[in-house]
Design a protein around this ligand. Structure first.
Ligand SMILES: [Zn+2]
Length: 60
């Protein structure tokens, strides 16, 4: 399986896969994981927040 979270694939992504995590507010962190809010919208979060509770995701 191809690695999609490290290496050259990141350079094809907007901002090289980095940004500010909407859940924890970390800046210039890699946003490689998708979380889905209760209302159905999906957001990109960092690896710390892939395990965040639904409540924290909804707050973001
Ligand atoms: Zn985060």
């Amino acid at each position: 399986m191809a690695k999609t979270k490290r290496g050259k694939v990141l350079w094809n992504m907007p901002s090289h896969g980095r940004g500010t995590c909407p859940v924890c507010g970390s800046t210039r962190i890699k946003l490689l994981y998708t979380q889905t809010k209760s209302d159905g919208t999906s957001i990109q979060v960092c690896k710390k927040c892939v395990k965040a509770t639904q409540e924290r995701v909804d707050d973001a």
